[in-house]
Design a protein around this ligand. Structure first.
Ligand code: NAP
Ligand code: MG
Length: 402
C-alpha cells in the first residue's frame, strides 16, 4: 500500500515519562508505516524545556498559530519534587497553561465510548463533551479571614477617579470573604470557542450557570453567550438543525443524568473542574478521555486528558512490563490528523484517522485491552495486554481494515 501524503505539517509536541514511551510506539506501529508523516517537532519533555528556559513551549505554541493544528503528549508540570528530580533551573510553569494563554483557548473533553466499558449512568449512549472556561473566578480570587465585627466592602477605583462601592457584609463576628473576577475578553473567547466547536462537531450546546442567584456575575456570562449566539451563530446552528440553550446549573445536572448524551456542556471554571471529573469517571476511565484546546481564532491542539502516568514509568525504568492504556493518546493523533485532513481537503488522511479509531475501538471490543480496562469491563475473560502488546494488536486490526 502506498503511504498517505501530507501537504502541511502537524505541530508535534513530545512529552514526558510513560506517555513519551507510548508516543514513540504509536508513531512506529500505527502512523509511520501508513503515512508519510510530516510534523514540525518540538520536544516539550521536561529536560528540554529546562535546557531552553521553556522557550520551546512558546515556540511550539507559535508554531500552532502558524499551522493551525497540533498534537501534544502529556507533560510534567513541575513541583518541588520535580525540581529536585530533574535538577531544574526553575519551577517552570505548566506547558498547558502557557499554551492555553497564548492560543486563548477553551478545553473540550470527550470520552471514547466502547462496548464493554459501560457508563455508570445507564441512559448515556453518546459522549458528553465538557467545555470548561479556563480563566478566573475562584481560581484567581482574593480571600480574607475576618476576625471580628466590622464592615466588608467591594470597592472599585477607576483610573478616572470614579469609585464604585458595594457592601459585602456587616460582620457582627468572625467570618470569611472572597473577591473574584472575570474579563469580558475571556468570556467572549469562551463563548466563541464553544459555538464554533459545536458547529465543527455538529453537536447541540448547553450552557449552565446560576444567574438567578448571581444576578450580575453569572448573568453577564449568560448575556455574553446569548449576544454571541444571536450575532454570529444562530443562522448557522439553525441551518444544521442544532440548538443552543442556557439553563440553570442545577437544572442542567438533572437533565444531564437523564439524557442520552451527544451534546457539549459548557461550564464556568469551577463547575467545569468538578463536572468534568464527574463525567470522566461516570463514563468509565480517565485513560479513555480525549481533550482538545480550541482557540476562538481557529487553532486546534489535541491531547489526552490524563497525565504522564508516572507510576507506570518507574516500573518501566525498573525493567518491569507495563500495561498503560494508549487510547487517549492514539485519539489525540487521530483528532489532529483528521483536522489536518479537513483543512487541507485530504480525504485519505481523514479516512485513515477514522479507520485507526475504528481499529482501536474494535480491538477493545474483541476483548483485547490494557489492565485498567480489564478491571472494569463487562466483556468476559478479557485478554490483558502490555502497553506495546495493545498497540501491536491495534495495528493488526488496522491492517485488516485497510
Ligand atoms: P496521571 O498520569 O493522570 O495518572 C494517575 C493514575 O491514573 C495512574 O497512576 C494510573 O493509575 C491512572 N492512569 C492515568 N492514565 C492512565 C493510562 N493511560 N493507562 C492506565 N492508567 C492510567 O497522573 P499522575 O501520575 O499523578 O501525574 C503524572 C504527571 O502528569 C504529573 O507530573 C503531572 O504534572 C502531569 N499531568 C500532565 C497533564 C497534561 O500534560 N495534560 C495532565 C495531568 C497531569 P494506576 O497507577 O492505579 O494504574
Ligand atoms: Mg479537577
Amino acid at each position: 500500500m502506498e503511504k498517505i501524503k501530507m501537504t502541511i505539517p502537524l505541530v508535534e509536541m513530545d512529552g514526558d515519562e510513560m506517555t513519551r514511551i507510548l508516543w514513540q510506539m504509536i508513531k512506529e506501529e500505527l502512523l509511520l508505516p501508513f503515512i508519510e508523516l510530516q510534523t514540525e517537532y518540538y520536544d516539550l519533555g521536561l529536560e528540554h524545556r529546562n535546557a531552553t528556559n521553556d522557550q520551546v513551549t512558546v515556540d511550539a505554541a507559535n508554531a500552532t498559530k502558524k499551522y493551525g493544528v497540533a498534537v501534544k503528549c502529556a507533560t510534567i508540570t513541575p513541583n518541588a519534587a520535580r525540581v529536585k528530580e530533574y535538577n531544574l533551573k526553575e519551577m517552570w510553569k505548566s506547558p498547558n497553561g502557557t499554551i492555553r494563554a497564548m492560543l486563548d483557548g477553551t478545553v473540550f473533553r470527550a470520552p471514547i465510548l466502547v462496548k464493554g466499558i459501560e457508563p455508570y449512568v445507564k441512559t448515556w449512549k453518546k459522549p458528553i463533551v465538557m467545555a470548561r472556561h479556563a480563566y478566573g473566578d475562584v481560581y484567581k480570587a482574593s480571600e480574607m479571614r475576618i476576625m471580628g465585627p466590622g464592615t466588608c466592602e467591594l470597592v472599585f477605583t477607576g483610573e478616572d477617579g470614579s469609585v464604585q462601592r458595594e457592601t459585602i457584609h456587616q460582620f457582627a463576628g468572625p467570618g470569611i470573604v472572597q473577591g473574584m473576577h472575570n474579563l469580558d475578553d475571556s468570556i467572549y473567547s469562551f463563548a466563541h470557542s464553544c459555538f464554533s466547536y459545536a458547529l465543527d462537531q455538529k453537536l447541540d450546546l448547553w450552557f449552565a450557570a446560576k444567574d438567578t442567584i448571581s444576578k450580575k456575575y453569572d448573568h453577564h456570562f449568560k448575556d455574553v453567550f446569548q449576544e454571541v449566539y444571536e450575532k454570529e451563530y444562530q443562522t448557522k446552528f439553525e441551518a444544521l438543525g442544532l440548538t443552543y440553550f442556557y439553563t440553570l446549573i442545577d437544572d442542567a445536572v438533572a437533565r444531564v443524568v437523564k439524557s442520552e448524551g451527544g451534546y457539549i456542556w459548557a461550564c464556568k471554571n469551577y463547575d467545569g473542574d468538578v463536572m468534568s471529573d464527574l463525567i470522566a469517571t461516570a463514563f468509565g476511565s480517565l485513560a479513555m478521555m480525549t481533550s482538545v484546546l480550541v482557540s476562538p481564532h481557529g487553532y486546534y491542539e489535541y491531547e489526552a486528558a490524563h497525565g504522564t502516568v508516572q507510576r507506570h514509568y518507574y516500573k518501566h525504568l525498573n525493567g518491569e512490563e507495563t500495561s498503560t492504556n494508549s487510547m487517549a493518546t492514539i485519539f489525540a493523533w487521530t483528532g489532529a490528523l483528521r483536522k489536518r485532513g479537513e483543512l487541507d481537503q485530504n480525504q485519505q488522511l481523514m479516512s485513515f484517522a477514522d479507520k485507526l479509531e475504528q481499529a482501536a475501538i474494535s480491538t477493545i471490543e474483541e476483548g483485547k485491552m490494557t489492565k485498567d480496562l480489564a478491571l472494569i469491563t463487562t466483556v468476559e475473560n478479557p485478554v490483558v495486554l502490555s502497553s506495546q502488546g495493545f498497540i501491536v494488536e491495534v495495528r493488526k486490526t488496522l491492517e485488516a481494515i485497510l
